[in-house]
Design a protein around this ligand. Structure first.
Ligand SMILES: Cc1ncc(COP(=O)(O)O)c(C=O)c1O
Length: 364
């Protein structure tokens, strides 16, 4: 039995009729870039996350870049981000012209450690960007307090956390702006690339909308120099269909996580912990062990596909070598990079598969 890490085909087959109909509609109208399907998705997703505005984009990295730029942050400014995130969180800050400043992660929640943020603030700091890593919200209240004290903005990287809750409210639009990715494997994934910025700030929304489409609101009139970061019509149509299933799928992920927790309770692995303030949506089910590579190898031999998110913390990436960071600068993030392993997690995973994964692990 091969157990895949994710199974996008199984999900497609479960909603095939709805998807095929939605894609056919785009083909018929030929609204391939932006257009009605994208507008409908933007309205539906804004309502879902409780935001006044949602601007659909070509991917989540563009969302990070444009959220930063639309908040008026650029050259000479610093944005605080966790060191244990996907590279794109930092990359988006850099392509906006600003400098990412890293802060270590918390050892239990995997999200940015609020107690370590103040030491990273300088006169150039303009924003804090918590990342709701693996599908669990960062602890936002202490972050908002620090931001208010130092007059900083808060931009949420919610690329892994569609439908995740912080103190009962959906993440993304709880701060100045939020960034989503709709990369196919995400909890809400397109059939290609996609992303969005959500915000309650009309000025930020308008700025993102201008930047995504060559600085233009009216055809062939360009207010500013922007980008071509538009969401495609087919992706809007697919996302609209899939949004209707998101809560159900997130509940299935939570049920699978609970089952893993139960079956692995007696193992020596460190299991994920749902924080009291959060409702985790388990984009990834991440365990820790000091024998990570051996465990991955054993699972692979047994036909169980796994992932490592992420093997190199951002401050040690070659791309940021010029910042002069070294091993030891963010010990918790570095420890996680050596120890984390992501087990198969997707809504269509079945109990037999979960039991098999647990069995292989418990045999070790
Ligand atoms: C935390 C985080 N931020 C940003 C991104 C970038 O999104 P995309 O891959 O759609 O550009 C991702 C996606 O992989 C992510 O996981």
């Amino acid at each position: 039995m091969v157990i895949p890490f994710v199974d996008l085909r199984a999900q497609y087959l479960s909603i095939k009729a709805e998807i095929d109909e939605a894609i056919a509609r785009v083909l018929e109208t030929s609204a391939f870039v932006l257009g009605r399907e994208v507008e409908a998705f933007e309205a539906a997703f804004a309502e879902y996350v409780g935001a006044k505005f949602c601007v659909g984009l070509s991917n989540g990295t563009a969302a990070v870049q444009l959220a930063v730029m639309a908040c008026g942050i650029g050259a000479g400014d610093e944005v605080i981000i966790p060191a244990n995130t996907f590279f794109a969180s930092a990359e988006g800050v850099s392509t906006a012209g600003a400098t990412p400043v890293f802060v270590d992660a918390d050892s239990v929640s995997y999200t940015i450690d609020p107690a370590k943020i103040e030491a990273a603030i300088t006169p150039r700091t303009r924003a804090i960007m918590p990342v709701h890593l693996y599908g669990q919200s960062a602890d936002l209240e202490p972050i908002w307090e620090i931001a208010a004290q130092h007059k900083l903005l808060v931009i949420e990287d919610a690329a892994q956390a569609h439908g995740s809750l912080y103190k009962g409210r959906r993440v993304g639009a709880l701060s100045n702006a939020g960034c989503f990715s709709f990369y196919p494997g995400k909890n809400l994934g397109a059939y290609g690339e996609g992303g969005a910025v959500v915000t309650n700030d009309e000025t930020v929304a308008r700025h993102v909308r201008l930047l995504r489409d060559h600085g233009s609101e009216r055809k062939y009139r360009h207010e500013i120099i922007g980008y071509n970061f538009r969401l495609e019509g087919i992706q809007g149509a697919v996302l609209n269909v899939k949004l209707r299933h998101l809560d159900k799928w997130n509940n299935l992920r939570r049920a699978h996580a609970a089952r893993y927790n139960e079956l692995l309770a007696g193992s020596r692995l460190k299991l994920p912990r749902e924080m009291p303030y959060a409702r985790h949506v388990y984009h990834l089910y991440v365990v820790q062990t000091d024998k990570r590579d051996a465990l991955q190898q054993r699972l692979s031999e047994a036909g169980v596909q796994t992932g490592i998110h992420y093997p190199i913390p951002v401050h040690l990436q070659p791309a940021y070598a010029s910042m002069g960071h070294k091993l030891g600068d963010f010990p918790e993030s570095e420890r996680q990079a050596e120890r984390v392993l992501s087990l198969p997690m997707f809504p269509e995973l079945n109990d037999e598969q979960i039991k098999r994964v647990a069995e292989v692990i418990n045999q070790l």
